[in-house]
Design a binder for this molecule. Structure first.
Ligand code: DX5
Ligand code: ZN
Length: 224
């Protein structure tokens, strides 16, 4: 699937004392989606944001809010995040014994549905639900924190997921999350990714948010 490629900027690395401003800066610089990393202290050790933050983001931007639920029993929280203004809800397949039903629930709530695969989880886990997803998110770090190093061993899985989607649901997107930099961007795009999630490369870029987004676009085939 050719570009345009989308950038989903993860606010996990934003300065939360100035969250609205930082989201505004990312939007002005051409971010496509705002990625919200929800961690519950159980599925991953870290504890981060709830529906209240999604609601705050919704009030400052019209960009799609790409909510990544790194939580156990996500079904219990879907309604609250949808109500808060999430545009899409992505659930970790490892946390969903009834994945098919969970994805249906997301659609019933009016959101786009994503299924997320950890680095240790094979592509076959999403095969039975590919017709139900709007995106498959392949984790390129173990979830839990921003600023980790990209794991290149997930690239064959990206290719496999893209190939499987092309057969049954070609409009669905493949998203990648973790350790993305201008240096590894062409390899992930070549493997079949359409959406790049990035926290540090944008919000921790020493030259600023706009420079971070510019550097990523410049590394995409045809400049994005
Ligand atoms: C990791 C999160 C990512 C993270 C990405 O658990 O799901 O979205 O914020 O951060 P970087 O881009 O710094 O690896
Ligand atoms: Zn994420």
């Amino acid at each position: 699937m050719p570009g345009p490629y989308l950038i989903s900027t993860s606010i996990l690395s934003a300065d939360f004392t100035r969250l609205g401003e930082q989201i505004g800066e990312a939007e002005a610089a051409g971010a496509d989606w705002i990625h919200v990393d929800v961690m519950d202290g159980h599925f991953v050790p870290n504890l981060t944001m709830g529906p209240f933050i999604v609601e705050a983001c919704r009030s400052v931007t019209s960009l799609p809010l790409d909510v990544h639920l790194m939580v156990e029993e996500p079904d219990r929280l879907l309604g609250a995040f949808a109500k808060a203004g999430a545009s899409q809800l992505s659930v970790q397949v490892e946390a969903c014994p009834n994945l098919h039903h969970t994805l249906q629930q997301v659609h019933q709530l009016g959101c786009r549905a994503g299924a997320v695969l950890n680095p240790g989880t094979p592509a076959v886990m999403v095969e039975p639900v590919l017709h139900l997803v709007d995106l498959v998110l392949v984790m390129s770090v173990n979830p839990g924190a921003s600023g980790q190093v990209f794991l290149p061993e997930v690239l064959p899985k990206v290719k496999e997921v893209r190939r499987m989607l092309d057969k049954v649901n070609p409009r669905a997107l493949v998203e990648i999350d973790g350790g993305i930099t201008p240096e590894n961007l062409s390899a992930v795009i070549e493997a079949g990714v359409q959406v790049i999630v990035t926290a540090s490369a944008v919000f921790k870029n020493p030259a600023g948010i706009a420079a971070g987004i510019r550097a990523l676009r410049a590394s995409m085939p045809g400049g994005g």
